[in-house]
Design a protein around this ligand. Structure first.
Ligand code: PRP
Length: 180
């Protein structure tokens, strides 16, 4: 069904069917590679949709936490200094699975790996829907990424521009005239 936000999308790069398949594969990877006592941490807000779909596909029981992290705000560029929200839940001695929508510059997962390591996590793994390796500024990577993408501005399935487009059920390239 068409909605007004569809009009701002130049091209769909992963439709609902492709996303479902990608999520299933990520769930099989997570089932195999996350140990017992895993805490899955959803990095808000972008990863919310991927997180819920992924965890419902996984057969491994995990505990669920949500963490607010802001790097971009409504800006087009990373601040380079992600602000982490409430880290008061316990990860000591547990395996942490960070669930991200996208690894872009890499500053966010770098900060998260450091923070969870310092809090005594037994292991820290990152599963991301998207890997934008071409934009990386620090040498970090996800342990598993569903899709490698180029340097386009992507929206939908959790990803936003100025808090819009997150609820589109597909991943699409935003028309440049919207953000230029
Ligand atoms: C986005 C995205 C990742 C992060 C990746 O979050 O959801 O968490 O940026 O970027 P990086 O690799 O360059 O650090 P954002 O700060 O836009 O917040 P949001 O998820 O609420 O949109």
């Amino acid at each position: 069904m068409k909605c007004r936000e569809d009009e701002d999308v130049a091209q769909i790069i992963a439709d609902e069917k492709a996303l479902r398949l990608a999520v299933k594969k990520a769930a099989r990877w997570a089932d195999k590679n996350c140990g017992s006592e895993t805490v899955a941490v959803c990095i808000l807000k972008g990863a919310a949709f991927f997180f819920c779909d992924l965890l419902r596909e996984m057969t491994l029981p995990v505990q669920v936490e949500f963490l607010s992290v802001k790097s971009y705000g409504d800006s087009f560029k990373t601040s380079g200094n992600p602000r982490l929200g409430d880290l008061s839940f316990s990860v000591e001695g547990r395996n942490v699975l960070i669930v991200e929508d996208i690894v872009d510059s890499g500053y966010t997962i770098q900060a998260l790996r450091t923070a969870f390591g310092a809090l005594g996590a037994a292991s820290v793994k990152v599963v991301a829907l998207l890997d934008k390796a071409v934009c990386r500024r620090v040498p970090v990577q996800a342990d598993y990424a569903c899709l490698e993408v180029g340097d386009e501005f992507l929206v939908g399935y959790g990803l936003d521009y100025a808090q819009r487009y997150r609820t589109l059920p597909y991943l699409g390239v935003l028309k440049p005239e919207i953000y230029r």
